[in-house]
Design a binder for this molecule. Structure first.
Ligand code: MN
Length: 716
């Protein structure tokens, strides 16, 4: 909105759509021809892409992006921003891809358009106030280039201007979101022109009646006080001239939203707020600002306690000005702002000022450079010593956090690089300990997937499920790491001892002895022989494979016993819930119902292999290291298994197979691709299944796909 219309605090109705010719004319006033040319091309490209689409108002769709670009042209934004503004809805609403944009208009523009599209997909669901704050941070954290936010703010401004064609319900929802999210962001970045318009339009659409009342009161007050305003202005101008000061004196009326806010905050009546007149005096230097302050205090008596020096102590977003309130004619309060031309410019465009077109500026600096420049500017202004201030701005612009949603729409803040497992532990230790799979934006993903801003994360837990020791390798939060270590530690000794007892029972049976027949003293004595504290430590060592059960059992044979031939006992039962003491070989990926054997390692418990596994060859060489084992039914535990899918190579085939797998509620842990010649490639998926039945379902489903040549389970 132009200053002329905003100064009245009134929004022109029946605004005419901005044409491309007008936009080009405006751009030519500050951009060189070689920067304007790509904008013209972007228009052709965008108009063709949106061909046939109409806005709710009935206008051709392209009128909207052009209007958005026009708003940014008012801020004198650089050429790339304008091009991105014209293309900002192309990815969402047309078949054009990011690559198409990158090819024609460069990677920077493609990144901005992509960023805007991503922001559009994030929905603000939960309306708590703290939530709004987090949501704003999430939006800012999502953008790598602050120009994304500027395009988004301009987009929202134009959408707010054209809300009329929406249903009242929709209108209110958008207005509320604008007031809670977008206006504060514009404020944070110091883009006051956009902030003010968003606020006024927000109020107008959220509370149409309140807006009308305020609007009317403003009009009436202006009519009543017309001659006073002229007189005050004349007085100030005369005083400046007498002191030989060059400057502009502007009448400044309040925005409806700021009046509304003041009424609420100070609990004052409408008339009291409306009957306050504002003037802005813009001069050439800071020095002059203070001189002008003295002069106006000489004309009208200042109101005690109302002077504020935002030049010496700027606002967080960089806003600078002197504020004072005077007693005018008839005791009418007059608010005066005194600032330099540069301060005036910052107050209108804030951070955007750093993106305004300057000779040669577009190619040299990255988005981060410019945001840093702005930050540095703020730091300098604040004397560089306000750490708290610096932190508050840095958090917004250089986030080291990710913000994600819970399925209920609550926002969680996690450190950068946090995974689904970190999220699970952040929700609750139990959730972390029992998580078996994660869904991000409703898609199953591997638990180790790093989270990104704006995603909705859902943790799938299962009764009896246990943490996987390998998680320690990728979790980043202290909470997850601590909980995991704690859990594994407690699990290790207890579970290993339990497994040790079972292994010993089996070995003893082979020797025609029973576990029960061994007396506690015998265990204690044997433990002492091995230099161990007690029996449970012995069981633990056996469970961990540091002591071999058959050898330990041998030592318990009574001296007089004539055991000769060990007899076959039943195999050891494996449920998959043994924790660290039992692991599953990654050469053959055994799953329940597979015929299996167990290899007894030294120090790492036992490893389960499929009988078909090539590694069983060593079985014959060291039979004492192998145990016969069987599956014991257990619910809830998932097992890793690998499948090889041979496909006709085409773009998107990997995603297509992955989505078929996900459709069976099976989570994918890892994917790798082996490229082949002749248009055929093999994709290896490591998935998690409960048993052979689930695996069969997955394989069956993939086999049905037309581009799939062959599906097999891998085997070393
Ligand atoms: Mn749009």
């Amino acid at each position: 909105m132009s200053y002329a219309s905003s100064i009245l605090g009134l929004l022109p109705t029946g605004r005419r759509a901005i044409g491309i010719t007008q936009l080009i004319n405006k751009l030519e006033t500050y951009l060189p021809p070689e920067r304007v040319e790509p904008i013209r091309e972007a228009y052709e490209f965008g108009a063709a892409a949106h061909e046939g689409q109409k806005r709710k108002s009935g206008e051709p769709y392209i009128s909207h992006p052009v209007a958005v670009a026009d708003l940014l042209a008012d801020l004198h934004m650089d050429g790339q921003t304008i091009v991105a503004a014209i293309l900002h809805d192309v990815l969402e609403d047309t078949p054009m891809s990011k690559e198409d944009i990158a090819t024609r208009f460069g990677a920077d523009v493609a990144e901005i358009v992509d960023g805007v599209s991503k922001l559009d997909r994030v929905q603000f669901k939960n309306r708590a106030e703290a939530q709004a704050e987090s949501f704003r941070k999430m939006l800012l954290a999502m953008v790598r280039d602050i120009r994304v936010i500027m395009v988004k703010l301009a987009d929202r401004t134009h959408n707010m201007r054209t809300l009329g064609s929406m249903s009242p319900l929709r209108r209110r929802a958008i207005a509320r979101e604008t007031l809670e999210i977008y206006a504060p962001i514009a404020n944070r970045l110091g883009i006051y022109n956009i902030k003010n318009e968003l606020e006024d339009l927000g109020l107008k659409n959220l509370y149409p009646n309140r807006y009308k009342v305020i609007e009317k009161a403003v009009k009436r007050a202006r009519g009543n006080q017309k001659q006073f305003i002229g007189k005050i202005k004349d007085n100030i101008e005369a005083a400046l001239e007498k002191a030989a000061i060059k400057g502009r004196v502007e009448g400044r009326e309040k925005h409806p939203f700021s009046i509304y806010q003041k009424m609420r905050r100070k609990k004052t009546a409408l008339n009291e707020v409306v009957d306050v007149f504002g003037f802005r005096i813009v001069v050439d230097s800071i020095d002059t600002c203070y001189r002008v302050l003295g002069i106006v205090h000489g004309i009208y008596r200042p109101m005690p306690g109302r002077f504020k020096d935002y030049i010496a102590i700027p606002r967080v977003n960089g806003y600078q000005s002197l504020h004072t309130t005077l007693f005018g004619p008839n005791g009418m309060p007059i608010e005066v702002q005194i600032r330099t031309e540069a301060m005036q410019q910052v107050s209108e465009s804030g951070i955007a000022a750093h993106w305004q077109y300057k000779e040669g500026s577009e190619d040299e600096k990255t988005g981060h450079d410019r945001a840093r420049e702005w930050l540095q500017h703020l730091v300098d202004m604040h004397g560089g010593n306000s750490e708290e201030f610096l932190e508050s701005v840095k958090v917004d612009l250089f986030p080291d956090k990710v913000y994600v949603f819970t399925p209920k729409g609550e926002i969680r803040r996690l450190p950068r690089g946090a995974t689904a497992v970190d999220f699970a532990y952040a929700v609750h230790t139990d959730v972390g300990n029992r998580c078996v799979a994660a869904k991000i934006d409703r898609r199953l993903v591997p638990l180790r997937t790093p989270l990104r801003n704006g995603q909705t994360v859902e943790v799938v837990t299962a009764k009896g499920a246990m943490p996987n020791p390998t998680w320690v390798n990728f979790v980043v939060t202290a909470k997850a790491r601590t909980a995991l270590r704690h859990y594994l530690k407690s699990l290790k000794s207890g579970d290993a001892a339990e497994l040790g007892k079972r292994l010993l029972t089996q070995s003893l049976t082979e020797l025609r002895l029973s576990f029960k027949s061994i007396k506690p003293e015998q265990w204690t004595a044997l433990a002492a022989d091995f230099n161990l504290k007690n029996a449970s430590e012995l069981f633990e060592k056996v469970g961990l494979g540091e002591r071999l059960a058959p050898l330990v059992a041998q030592r318990l044979i009574p001296k007089d016993s004539a055991v000769s031939q060990p007899h076959e006992s039943g195999p050891l039962a494996i449920a998959g819930t043994e924790g660290l003491s039992v692991s599953y070989a990654r050469c053959c990926f055994p799953i329940p119902n597979d015929p299996i054997m167990a290899y007894v390692t030294t120090g790492h418990g036992i490893v389960i292999h499929r009988e078909a596994c090539g590694n069983l060859k060593s079985f014959r060489k060291q039979p004492d290291k192998w145990l016969s084992v069987v599956w014991q039914p257990a619910a809830g535990k998932l097992f890793n298994v690998e499948i090889a899918v041979q496909v006709q190579s085409r773009i998107g085939i990997l995603a297509a197979v992955a989505s078929e797998i996900s459709a069976t509620q099976t989570s994918i842990e890892r994917v790798s691709i082996i490229e082949r010649d002749g248009g055929v490639s093999t994709e290896i998926f490591e998935v998690m299944v409960a048993d052979r039945k689930q695996l069969a379902q997955v394989i069956k489903r993939i086999r049905k796909m037309s581009d799939v040549v062959k599906v097999t389970r891998t085997l070393a």
